[in-house]
Every structure is written in structure tokens, then in C-alpha cells.
Design a protein around this ligand. Structure first.
Ligand code: UDX
Length: 434
């Protein structure tokens, strides 16, 4: 099958490389010529475990190509995916669809023969139909269908998520479009992946509903964690007891500094807007957002309290800056909310992150000193704050950390360490909800 992937960003590049891995003939196109040149030279512009290899292997085999565009390659394609960015529009939280519609505009003149145009970006309900309206207005003669095929990729495990998904959701309006998409995903039949064909609006809404539900689980457990702190319960025991109930499930019940990243905050705000526009109450979604933003403040309060109520002139060593491990992505990372508050209150901050320091330096206050390893972060610190649960921080030489610190406070915002063991080592340890 011939596939054109419009947008060589995160979702487009991962999806394009994985479709090539499935055996399709894929051209990833982007309006950013510099990005295309780098990809052609074998340079993958984002950090995602396994992506370099996958791109290189499929490019070498000739199944994955890169081109500035969209342009003439659209003519030969069976499927054209739109995987461009949909950032939150400044001011109102709406998904900004300019890039999506611009992609449709650029695709239209090149359509030849029957083509399925598929939105892969997370887009508000009704977007695929609007894409169809615009394509039809530009090319009333063209033979095409639109479809929606949301991705459920997690940063850091996107390749595994793509190649071994829980399910594929296809929003289609014709048997022809469904057959074409099923053919593309046929390699997944081997591992018996459920492929769900629905209407286009249902597929579009499924993506938002999934992200909002997962974010709600996180905000829920964070609220329970606060209650655990007030009652002497241990949130991990509570989460385990909840998660073993098959109706609830164990995943996404890990407390922490609140969810961040490129998807949850943006998509959940967009879902609240979609509901507001239709005058449908979305109280749970709104509460999820409010609890998440309060959680950041609660983390600042936790650090303040651990340091005796005031962080002025305290030296704080921060381990991890990205919104989660295995990514260099700083978008909506809790560190962006917590660190500036501590610095404003007079703390001296040092930090380390295995992948995110370049990104972090561009969006955090200049006064932060970046360290080359976690031990340098701890040296003469009054407190160490574990902000992101990178594997590199799971097996630290804690005695070395303790002995090089000026104080004894260890604030573990991801509950990586056992409170009892940390206290026996002499730390004034504090986690979340235990
Ligand atoms: C998410 C969705 O999982 C994915 O399906 C969608 O396509 C994009 O958004 P991602 O943003 O990469 O993926 O990260 P994910 O692993 O889901 O974590 C999101 C945030 O929730 C992170 O900030 C993480 O630290 C936090 N989280 C996750 C928790 O605080 N507790 C948990 O139990 C799980």
C-alpha cells in the first residue's frame, strides 16, 4: 500500500516508520524543509527510544522516504494521513486546526484516483467532515473518503504502542475506506489486535474520552493521596486494593506531581471546550483539570513544609525535569510550575535530567545550575527533590547522596523509594500520599 504521512513530527514520524515496518511504502512529508533534510541525512530530530533504528532500517530498505510537501507523491497514494500538530490555541484552550486545514489545502490539487484522507492528529469532533468539505470544495472531481484513525501512543514507548496496540479505532464513512485501512493494519491480525470500525465522530471523540478518563484516574488518585496524608493511610496500599478490582484496573493510579506532557493537558482542555460549545456540562473533566493544577501547588507546599516552612536561601537539588521518563519533552512538565515558584521564594536550584536539560534550559529560569550527574545535584543541598522517575534515579547510592548533602530532606514526588528504608538511612523523607 502507498501511504503519505503529512507531518514529520512526533506522531507522523512514529506512525510513518511503523507503517513502513508493516511493509507499506511510506513517504513522510513536511513543510519544514530543514527537518526533511535532516531526516534524509539520517538524523531523527526527536528523542524516542528505538525510533532512530526503525527509521534508518526502513529508509535503507527503501520503504520509508522523506519529501518536502505535500506534493506530487499524494497522487500515487492509497491513504494520506494528516498527522500535523494541533497545539492549544492561545487564550481559549481550543485545538488550533490551522495546520490540519492547511494540509488539506495542500493535498487537494494532487489527488488522483481513489484516496482515503485520514486524520491522525487529535482533532475536535467534526474536523474530519470539515476536511472533507474543504477537499470537495477545492476538488469536486476527486474520488476520496475521509476517515479518522486516532493514535494512542505514549512518549517513550510509542513504537511498542504502535506495533502492539490494545486496539485500533477506525472512524469511517464507507466500506471502501474501511477496507483500505484494514488492509494497512493487516499485519496486526497476527497478534489478534481488535480493530473497531465506528462512525467518524465516535472515533474522534474516543480519543478525547480516553485521555480524559486516564487523566481523571490520575487526578482521582492524587486527591486520594492527599486524603491518605491527612488520615495516615498509604496511597499505594489503597491503589493496589482498588486496582485489583478488574472493573477499575491497576494502571494510571500512581500518585505524583500531576499529569503533564503534550497530550493530556491540551486534549482535556480541548474536550472541556468541545462540551462548553455544545452547552453540555463536563463537570468531571473540569474537576480533573482543577485538581491537576492544584496538585502543582501542593507539591510546592510539600517542599516548603519539608524545609521547615520556608525555602528562602535553601539549596534544592532537583532530579528529573521532563514530564515523565524516557523523553526529552518539557511540555507542561510539573517542573515548569514548581521550580519557578521555589526560585521566586529565594531557593537556589540545581538540577539534572538524563535527556531533558537542553529543552529545560530554554524554558526554566536562568538561575538554575544544571549538573552533569545526580550526585553533583545533591552536593551541599539542603533538600533533594525527585521530580521525574528516570531509571537512573532508582538505584542511586543513597549513602553517598546523604553524606554529600548539607541537610537531610528528601522529597520524593514519584514515590520511587520506600519511606521506612529512607528514614533508616537518616533522611527526612517525604513522598506523596504515604
Ligand atoms: C498520553 C496517553 O497515554 C497516550 O495514549 C496519548 O496518545 C498521549 O497522551 P503520554 O503523554 O506520552 O501519553 O504519557 P503517559 O505515560 O500517558 O503519562 C501522562 C502523564 O501522566 C505523565 O505526566 C505521567 O507522569 C502522568 N501519570 C501517568 C501519573 O501521574 N500517574 C500515572 O499513574 C500515570
Amino acid at each position: 500500500m502507498r501511504v503519505v504521512m503529512v507531518g514529520a513530527g512526533y506522531a507522523g514520524l512514529v506512525s510513518g516508520a511503523c507503517f513502513a515496518e508493516f511493509g507499506a511504502d511510506v513517504t513522510c512529508v513536511d513543510v519544514d524543509r530543514g527537518r526533511i533534510d535532516r531526516l534524509r541525512a539520517g538524523e531523527v530530530p526527536i528523542y524516542e527510544p528505538g525510533l532512530d533504528d526503525l527509521v534508518r532500517r526502513n529508509a535503507e530498505s527503501g520503504r520509508l522516504r522523506f519529501a518536502a510537501g505535500p506534493g506530487s507523491e499524494v497522487g500515487a497514494a492509497d491513504l494520506v494521513f494528516i498527522a500535523v500538530g494541533t497545539p492549544a490555541r492561545r487564550g481559549d484552550g481550543h485545538a488550533d486546526l490551522r495546520h490540519v486545514y492547511r494540509a488539506a489545502e495542500l493535498i487537494a490539487p494532487h489527488l488522483q484516483g481513489y484516496t482515503v484522507i485520514v486524520t491522525k492528529s487529535t482533532v475536535p469532533v467534526g474536523t474530519a467532515r470539515e476536511v472533507r468539505r474543504r477537499l470537495h470544495a477545492a476538488r469536486p472531481d476527486a474520488d476520496f473518503d475521509v476517515a479518522s484513525n486516532p493514535e494512542f501512543l505514549r512518549e517513550g514507548s510509542a513504537i511498542e504502542d504502535f506495533l502492539r496496540p490494545d486496539r485500533i479505532v477506525l472512524g469511517v464513512e464507507s466500506a471502501r475506506a474501511e477496507a483500505s485501512l484494514r488492509e494497512l493494519y493487516r499485519p496486526l491480525n497476527l497478534i489478534e489486535t481488535p480493530i473497531l470500525a465506528t462512525g467518524i465522530e465516535s472515533a474522534e471523540l474516543t480519543k478525547y474520552a480516553c485521555n480524559a478518563f486516564l487523566a481523571t484516574k490520575i487526578s482521582f488518585i492524587n486527591e486520594i493521596a492527599a486524603l491518605c496524608e491527612a488520615t495516615g493511610a498509604d496511597v499505594h496500599a489503597v491503589a493496589r486494593g482498588m486496582g485489583l478490582d478488574g472493573r477499575i484496573g491497576r494502571k494510571f493510579l500512581h500518585p505524583g506531581p500531576g499529569y503533564g506532557g503534550s497530550c493530556f493537558p491540551k486534549d482535556i482542555a480541548a474536550l472541556a471546550r468541545i462540551a462548553a460549545e455544545r452547552e453540555v456540562p463536563a463537570r468531571i473533566v473540569e474537576a480533573t483539570i482543577a485538581v491537576n493544577s492544584a496538585q502543582r501547588g501542593r507539591m510546592c507546599e510539600k517542599i516548603r513544609a519539608a524545609l521547615g516552612g520556608d525555602v528562602a536561601d535553601k539549596r534544592i537539588g532537583v532530579l528529573g525535569l521532563t514530564f515523565k521518563p524516557e523523553t526529552d519533552d518539557m511540555r507542561e512538565a510539573p517542573s515548569l510550575h514548581v521550580l519557578p515558584v521555589l526560585i521566586d521564594e529565594g531557593a537556589e536550584v540545581r538540577a539534572h535530567d538524563p535527556q531533558g536539560m537542553d529543552e529545560a534550559a530554554a524554558c526554566l529560569p536562568d538561575s538554575i545550575r544544571f549538573c552533569s550527574d545526580p550526585y553533583e545535584v545533591a552536593e551541599t543541598a539542603d533538600a533533594v527533590v525527585l521530580m521525574t522517575e528516570w531509571n537512573a534515579y532508582r538505584g542511586l547510592d543513597l549513602e553517598r547522596i546523604r553524606d554529600s548533602m548539607r541537610g537531610r530532606v528528601f522529597v520524593d514526588l514519584r514515590n520511587v523509594y520506600e519511606p521506612g528504608a529512607m528514614r533508616s538511612l537518616g533522611f527526612r523523607y517525604c513522598g506523596v500520599g504515604r
